[in-house]
Design a protein around this ligand. Structure first.
Ligand code: OSB
Ligand code: MG
Length: 374
């Protein structure tokens, strides 16, 4: 497969409600869409999931676009790809820049899946010898709320909507204490807590209290983003599972975390680890090591959400993913299809490739974007 066209389209989506985390409030989501066209005529789409600021991950929309334009595209020019993994080989000498790589890789996987007349989910599954589920169990990640009563009501609504697992974002140690009381209000529900690095080893006593709650599955990324050693010290003392997110940018990071004992679970996001090729390697490694694994989200637009759903459909995950219904996120999304929550599940698109279609307005805008491959 040879690409004949690659174009970028920066867009911005408005969130229905601001999403509050320890990094601040997000009310709009900048994304860059990738359009790839193969010589055989097939079109693939990708979505760049870096944020506007380098607070959750080091990359930003601007740095990632620059890497795509000046590093990734020159390595693709004139090259023949036999399988999507060839993309990883061609870009293996580029350090870091996982979101940039994952965005272009997504469009390439989309094309290959179509070429094989498979949904992306079926195609991904072939590489690890599994068949995708057609309905995917999902959870919801709720932004932080200072008010106990407000958060209690939001949890109530999410459970009523059918979400199978609730993740609460924390911004500080006070909200950690509030979370203990909130979890006690919903003994039948399943919870995760995500600190996005806002806690410290000093919170060990509070975390021990949380460990006693039977409805808490894990605590995600409690400590500093680069600190695998202190996570290991904390995990050693804690019966509650630590799940790593920001710490894990590669398969090597998972291996380091296992060697140190830094966690018992991994939140897997293809965009954070450089794409599906690495994500599949991480899945295999976590199975060997008996690490719990589940599929995270990054407030994706419709293209990225379809890609995450394809990954989440593989029957290798231990918990429902952070992949909520379309109506939960944006005023208007990028794609024509809607992902609807029914019985706590979202149906996987059945068409080939990503299985979704970009709205006409974006297809029109792409027509005006230059082909960066020539
Ligand atoms: O830490 O998992 C995270 C969103 C953006 C960036 C980081 C994270 C998140 C979420 C929301 O928790 C997951 C989603 O619903 O997309
Ligand atoms: Mg997280």
């Amino acid at each position: 497969m040879k690409l004949s066209r690659l174009a970028l389209l920066p867009v911005k989506l408005q969130l229905k409600q601001p999403f509050a985390t320890s990094h601040g409030n997000t009310s709009s989501r900048p994304l860059t869409l990738i359009e790839a066209v193969a010589e055989n005529g097939l079109h693939g789409y990708g979505e760049l999931e870096a944020f506007a600021e380098p607070t959750y991950l080091a990359e930003t929309q601007l740095t990632a676009r620059w890497i795509i334009q000046t590093q990734i595209i020159p390595r693709l020019r004139g090259k023949n790809l036999w399988q999507p993994q060839d993309f990883s080989m061609l870009t293996a000498d580029i350090q870091g820049n996982q979101a940039a790589k994952a965005a272009v890789e997504m469009a390439i996987w989309d094309i290959f899946a179509q070429q094989h007349q498979l949904s992306l989910a079926e195609y991904l599954g072939q590489f690890i010898s599994v068949k995708p589920r057609t309905e995917i169990a999902v959870g919801i990640s709720l932004g932080a709320q200072a008010e106990f009563a407000v958060q209690q009501q939001i949890i109530q609504q999410a459970l009523a909507a059918g979400y199978q697992r609730i993740k609460l974002k924390l911004r500080n140690a006070t909200e950690l204490m509030q979370a203990i009381k909130l979890l006690q209000k919903f003994p039948q529900a399943k919870f995760m807590l995500d600190a996005n690095s806002c806690l410290s080893y000093q919170q060990l006593p509070q975390l021990q209290k949380l460990a006693a709650l039977p409805n808490l599955l894990l605590v995600e990324q409690p400590l500093r983003t680069t600190d695998l050693v202190e996570h290991a010290q904390l995990q050693q003392k804690l019966s509650l599972a630590i799940c790593l997110d920001e710490n894990i940018l590669s398969l090597d990071d998972v291996k380091t975390a296992v060697a140190l004992g830094s966690c018992r679970a991994i939140n897997l996001k293809a965009s954070r680890v450089g794409g599906f090729t690495v994500a599949l390697q991480i899945i295999k490694y976590c199975q060997q090591q008996q690490l719990k694994l589940w599929c995270g989200g990054m407030l994706e637009g419709g293209i990225g959400r379809a890609a995450s759903l394809a990954l989440a459909s593989l029957p290798v995950f231990d918990y429902p993913g952070d992949l909520s219904a379309s109506e939960r996120y944006y005023q208007t999304d990028l794609i024509n299809e809607r992902f609807i929550l029914k019985n706590g599940q979202i149906k996987l698109p059945q068409q080939t490739g990503l299985g979704v279609s970009l709205q006409a307005e974006y297809i029109k805008k792409f027509a005006d974007q230059p082909n960066l491959l020539v």
